[in-house]
Design a protein around this ligand. Structure first.
Ligand code: GLN
Length: 383
């Protein structure tokens, strides 16, 4: 899609321009938003501004670095399994995934349509609230966008948090979590307690199955969505093919990167006759169980507090040859997409090596207001 100029504007772009936002450019990302490190970009990885040997995160690493380094006041990303929140946590900025259906996907390049949501990347929670207010709302061109009124996020984000209940999912603080991140999350919980919040422990027993379920469902949807890149309508077309079939095959073989091809193959496999029940249907059942875990947790609290990523930014090259290790780094973000919930990642101090850490606040469906309130309180009071 290099040098591709879209023939129309996405709804989100129209809404931003209607409010006089100045759009200065496209940013680097993992190809088709598939990745957690920016290393799957055709153009090479965006480096982490806090340590140039480390990744910026993915897939929206470019947007997060543009904001972190003052190239722009804000950015936009899409979050299918963590692509706004995880790079935001690696780059010390705010990144928010709205509730599925809050923001129109019209004009967004589809990865996994039942998970994809567009959201803001910014320096402050106040800016995230304002941007979210601008880009939200029903759009008749996206049938999954919800006809609900858009709350005035830019007015309510700084309300008091006193009396709120916040849950800590115990499975999100289990083995595998970096000690520096655990310490900062505990400090965050203390700050909230001092602000009059009640902290309760909750359990999300199906968390272990989230990665498997997400990587089956997301690749299945991707394999279908990416069928349109066949060289016939737009984008790259391989030269020299003798007939139509050869044109399709060589366009797709040459045009897609390794990770995208891996996902198309995985997705096609889990959807194929004979494997559909064993993989795709089962993954959907697990998705229901994970959604129920959240429903039960939210019977006891208003929001959840969790790490965004199990580690701070890792080294460039560290995981790129080991797809499973890369996928596992999405453990704390994908469940939110499986359940369609809103969540934000906000800066939460540094680890001992001075790398940024992100705290994630997860809310009930369409309760971005509580998420922003808690995030703003932490931003203001965590020193
Ligand atoms: N890292 C996840 C993946 O590779 C999420 C990507 C995204 O949210 N676009 O699928």
């Amino acid at each position: 899609m290099e040098n591709f100029i879209s023939p129309y504007d996405a709804t989100v772009i129209q809404k931003l321009e209607a409010e006089d936002a100045i759009l200065i450019g496209k940013t680097n990302m993992d190809e088709f938003a598939m990745g957690s490190s920016n290393e799957n970009s055709y153009f090479g990885p965006t480096k982490n501004p806090y340590d140039l040997e480390r990744v910026s995160g993915g897939s929206s690493g470019g947007s997060c670095v543009a904001v972190a380094t003052d190239m722009s006041n804000a950015g936009i990303g899409s979050d299918t399994g963590g692509s706004i929140r995880q790079p935001a946590s690696f780059c010390n900025v705010v990144g928010m995934k709205p509730t599925y259906g809050r923001v129109s996907r019209f004009g967004l390049i589809a990865f996994a349509s039942s998970f994809d949501q567009i959201g803001p990347i910014s320096k402050t929670v106040a800016d995230a609230a304002l941007l979210l207010e601008v880009i939200s709302g029903h759009d008749e061109r996206d049938s999954t966008s919800v006809p609900l009124p858009v709350p005035e996020f830019s007015k309510s984000f700084n309300r008091d948090v006193k009396g709120l209940k916040i849950g800590l999912p115990k499975e999100y603080f289990a083995e595998g979590l970096d000690e520096g991140i655990r310490r900062q999350l505990e400090r965050t919980a203390d700050v909230l307690r001092d602000g009059g919040v009640t902290i309760v422990e909750v359990s999300m027993p199906h968390t272990d199955y989230a990665i498997a379920s997400y990587y089956i469902l997301a690749t299945a949807e991707a394999s279908s969505n990416l069928a349109r890149y066949d060289g016939a309508r737009y984008g790259f077309r391989a030269r020299g093919a003798k007939d139509l079939e050869e044109m399709y095959v060589s366009t797709r073989s040459q045009g897609f990167g390794e990770e995208v091809k891996r996902r198309i193959m995985l997705g096609t496999y889990v959807l194929s006759a004979g494997y559909y029940k064993a993989f795709y249907r089962k993954a959907q059942k697990v998705q229901t169980l994970i959604t129920q875990d959240f429903r039960h947790a939210f019977e006891q609290c208003d929001c959840l507090l969790a790490p965004t990523s199990p580690t701070p930014a890792f080294k460039i090259g560290e995981k790129v040859d080991d797809p499973l290790a890369m996928y596992l780094s999405d453990i704390y973000t994908v469940s939110v997409n499986l359940a369609g919930l809103p969540a934000i990642s906000i800066p939460c101090g540094n680890d001992s090596g001075k790398l940024p850490i992100g705290a994630q606040i997860i809310g009930k469906h369409f309760d971005e207001e509580s998420v922003l309130r808690v995030a703003n309180f932490v931003e203001t009071n965590l020193t």
